[in-house]
Design a protein around this ligand. Structure first.
Ligand SMILES: [Zn+2]
Length: 219
């Protein structure tokens, strides 16, 4: 169909028991009100299900707000929609584990944009390999992205930081500068390098740092 924008889903499916991050529990998904139990509340033939989910904030494909790292940083409810939706976007595809500033184009190309980093690591999602040896950004890459005025940074890996570096410099620098982070993305191969828009909007929860998003691109 001409003039019909193409929507590309960049999100993992959240499922009962599926662990996103090693050491954190997978979500518990169940009925709060089952269809069967609802029948006595409505007319014959009319039924509903109300689900209940218990999960840590960092589940599935999710967005980190500054509050995730800093107690005085903006929480999910304080993020401006302009920083989360309809962002002009660029994708880089470095084929190495340690992604430094040299992997990114000139800063002028990044200003105001969502910068998505395709590593291909999402192919290991829901396997033990996902937790070991993932690609990550370096501290100088985070500084470069921040200095370049990037609006948001996303990655299809297990953590945007090297999990061995307990200072978590990439989270620290980006979130200090109010640049939200999207992690555990998938399907980035389907997105072109440039000329697309990116959306990753979490629920507006007060005093909360991270939340799953339905991340997607419009090409
Ligand atoms: Zn994070």
């Amino acid at each position: 169909m001409p003039d019909q924008p193409k929507l590309i889903d960049l999100s993992h499916t959240v499922a009962h028991g599926l662990v996103t991050y090693k050491g954190l529990p997978g979500p518990i998904i169940c009925d709060y009100l089952s269809r069967e139990a609802s029948r006595k509340l409505y007319s014959p033939g009319t039924e509903f299900q109300i689900g209940k989910i218990e999960m840590v904030a960092n589940t599935g494909t999710y967005l980190d707000s500054p509050f995730h790292r800093y107690p005085d940083g903006k929480d999910l409810s304080e993020l401006e929609l302009q920083k989360l939706a309809n962002l002009p976007a660029i994708k880089i595809s470095p084929s190495k584990q340690t992604i430094d500033a040299s992997c990114f184009p000139g800063g002028a190309d990044l200003a105001g944009k969502a910068v998505l980093v395709e590593t291909g690591w999402s192919r290991h999602w829901n396997t033990p390999q996902y937790f070991e040896g993932h690609p990550f950004l370096t501290e100088d890459a985070a500084r470069f992205l921040s200095d370049s005025g990037a609006a948001l940074v996303g990655i299809d890996s297990y953590n945007i930081d090297d999990v061995a570096d307990l200072r978590r410099p990439v989270h620290s620098i980006l979130l200090k500068n109010e640049i939200p982070i999207v992690e555990h993305m998938t399907n980035l191969a389907a997105v072109p390098p440039t000329d697309f828009r990116f959306f990753a909007v979490p629920v507006k929860v007060k005093s909360f740092g991270s939340f799953p998003v339905r991340a997607f691109a419009i090409v």
